[in-house]
Write a protein that binds this ligand. Structure first.
Ligand code: ADP
Ligand code: GLC
Length: 621
């Protein structure tokens, strides 16, 4: 495969940390596989070989070396026809392709699909919707979420949070939700052990017909069904994102395997909801190689969590690994520049609807500054672009029950209990123990997106004897080094904890007075939402979702939820922090009122999940 230098932006992804709660050893990852083999004989095959995955050729010779022995055996076994209802699904013609090019109608034959009645216990438990929602006429909708990370299995940032919390919120709103994820080896053992073998098949992937093993491992939890796509050759690395050279093939595989798995499971959703470039080929596959198969009746939604990451690589490589037809490698779809293909760009062209994670970012990405070279493409597709702001899971983030905190609290006792959390954090991190200090937290991937150049430039001016700064993050080496240096230079006042630590994050949210999010750009941002929920006042730059979620403090009306600044300038950030400190040290009652106001704000998924649901209904009335 031709190699190419990874751009600075793309390589930033490599720096992302992975939430691994315990080391996953080679044996540990093997364990569920052995289990799988044992379960296999009991597992009933639900489909004919053809319906299982049409393009797959079950040739033993083509099986990858990494394929497990147990699965190899199973693949050879004649597939038993179940005593199930049988129906013929009339293939649909390819539809709603971008005007510039009509996708070829690759699979237009009628397809015979065995419909298999699921055993009752396999049905996902559905959370009860609140009474007022139950009374509304609510047609049930089914959605397959397809994305590269999901808390608590694997998370490097906010995408993982959204992939966990939004499906849960939708399941509580009369939606059937399946979340389809890669089965990375780094998923902690305690989750791997809960997964149950759901099936396997071989799937053609590459332009030369090379085929790969696809296993499906399932876990049902909290009303949501999680299906993990298994293939050791692609997903055995320790981190979900390695570098583009490896990531392009694995996410081509993942996107195609996700759709093939839906066909295999006979679970045809109303909507396939794809997330970021890693799943961006899904809308294209849906209308090309899967046209005429059952899953093609679904509509596609592609959500941009961060336009900076696009899956940009040479056309020959993406053409080879995706196996997509030549006609989608044109300038309106996948092609970019002279010889590159852009997976996100292609997905945006083919998706029935595009969303991004805040209304402001939806506008920003249509401008050259925020458009990451796709602003013209975004403007072209603006008619199907919506901005829906993220929420957070208010059960996961609840200071009154959070077991990671030194002292639990609610809006009633937040002021006193925050002090207790502050003392505990200061002690744990070796900061001067003084609850009178103004503690500023920063929890972030350490990349240039997050406005860290501004923070580095003003940090010495913040340390005035009354202020402490706590940084938690991993990322680009130069930021990690500069924060480490500040910790040495301002011992007792600055702590730079260069790591990914879920528990410490909770403690910093609870113990800090303010949380800094001075981003250069921020599609939505979740840390400011979590901060408000924990009574910690956000100090943010007015961009993207930060602008949509943090109302600036108004001293005349005594209103607002945080301190904000607009232009990306050090002086303005310093001024915003100083305004916060002034209120904190001179008008504490007003500060405390803001803390309580923030805690009372609705940062849940409630409103936004309804918006997604309405959007699904609009696509599939
Ligand atoms: P992004 O997705 O751009 O990284 P978000 O604000 O949307 O930013 O989400 C970041 C999520 O990752 C939050 O849940 C935050 O608490 C978490 N997080 C970021 N860095 C760390 C870290 N070093 N340790 C623990 N959690 C982190
Ligand atoms: C991205 C963005 C962040 C957003 C998150 C979840 O990582 O950088 O702003 O909150 O996705 O949508």
């Amino acid at each position: 495969m031709p190699k190419k230098n990874v751009t600075a932006d793309e390589s930033a992804v490599q720096e992302k940390a992975v939430a691994v709660e315990e080391p996953v050893t080679a044996e540990a990852a093997e364990k569920p596989v052995r289990k799988t083999a044992a379960k296999k004989s009991a597992a009933k095959k639900t489909e004919t070989a053809e319906a299982a995955e049409k393009p797959a050729k079950k040739t033993a010779a083509k099986k990858p070396a990494a394929k497990k022995d147990a699965t190899a055996e199973a693949a050879e076994k004649p597939v038993k026809k179940p005593a199930a209802r049988k129906k013929t699904v009339k293939a649909e013609t390819a539809e709603s392709a971008p005007a510039a090019e009509t996708p070829a109608e690759e699979n237009l034959n009628d397809i015979t699909v065995e419909i298999y009645e699921e055993p009752a216990e396999a049905a996902p438990p559905v959370e009860e919707a609140p009474a007022e929602e139950m009374s509304l006429p609510q047609p049930r909708r089914s959605v397959a979420f397809i994305g590269s990370e999901c808390y608590p299995f694997v998370k490097t940032g906010g995408l993982g949070d959204v992939m966990y919390a939004l499906p849960k919120a939708l399941a509580a709103r009369n939606c059937d939700v399946k979340v389809i994820l890669p089965r990375y080896k780094c998923i902690p053992r305690k989750w791997q052990e809960k997964m149950v073998y759901r099936g396997e098949f071989m799937m053609d992937l590459c332009a030369d017909g090379r085929s790969f093993y696809v296993g499906i491992m399932e876990y049902v939890w909290d009303g949501v069904v999680y299906d993990f796509i298994d293939n050791e050759e692609f997903f055995s690395a320790g981190n979900p994102y390695i570098n583009l050279i490896d990531d392009i093939p694995r996410y081509c595989f993942f996107s195609k395997a996700a759709l093939a798995a839906l066909n295999y499971m006979n679970w045809v959703p109303d909507i396939v909801h794809c997330h970021d470039w890693q799943a961006a080929l899904v809308p294209i596959y849906l209308r090309t190689l899967f046209a005429g198969t059952p899953v093609a009746s679904a509509k596609s939604v592609l959500t941009i969590h961060n336009l900076r990451f696009q899956g940009l690589y040479g056309i020959p490589t993406i053409k080879y690994w995706s196996g997509l037809p030549d006609h989608v490698f044109n300038i309106d779809v996948l092609k970019q520049g002279y010889d590159d293909a852009n997976m996100l760009k292609g997905g945006l062209a083919y998706a029935d609807m595009i969303t991004t994670v805040s209304p402001t970012y939806a506008g920003e990405i249509q401008t050259p500054f925020y458009g990451e070279n796709l602003d013209a493409h975004m403007r072209h597709h603006a008619y199907k672009l919506r901005g829906i702001v993220n929420g957070i899971d208010t059960v996961q983030w609840d200071a009154s029950t959070d077991s990671k905190l030194a002292a639990n609290y609610d809006a009633e006792n937040v002021i006193a209990q925050k002090r207790a959390n502050k003392r505990a954090l200061q002690e744990a991190l070796g900061l001067e123990q003084d609850e009178g200090k103004f503690v500023i937290g920063l929890i972030s991937r350490l990349t240039d997106q997050k406005g860290l150049d501004l923070v580095n430039a003003i940090l010495p001016q913040l340390i005035d004897g009354n202020t402490q700064v706590v940084v938690l993050g991993t990322g680009d080496a130069h930021y990690e080094d500069s924060f480490r240096w500040f910790e040495q230079a301002y011992k007792g006042s600055v702590c730079s904890y260069i790591a990914y630590d879920e528990g410490l994050a909770h403690q910093i949210y609870a113990a800090s007075d303010a949380l800094l999010v001075p981003s250069l750009f921020e599609p939505c941002g979740l840390t400011q939402l979590i901060a408000m929920r924990y009574g910690t006042v956000p100090i943010v730059r007015e961009t993207g979702g930060l602008k949509d979620t943090v109302a600036p403090y108004n001293q005349y009306e005594n209103s607002g939820s945080g301190f904000t600044f607009d232009r990306y300038e050090t002086g303005l950030l310093l001024d915003a922090i100083n305004r916060a400190k002034t209120l904190y040290f001179t008008e504490r009652e007003r500060w405390d009122e803001m803390v309580r106001r923030d805690m009372a704000r609705d940062v849940s998924w409630g409103v936004s999940a309804e918006q997604y649901r309405a959007l699904y209904l609009e696509l599939k009335p």
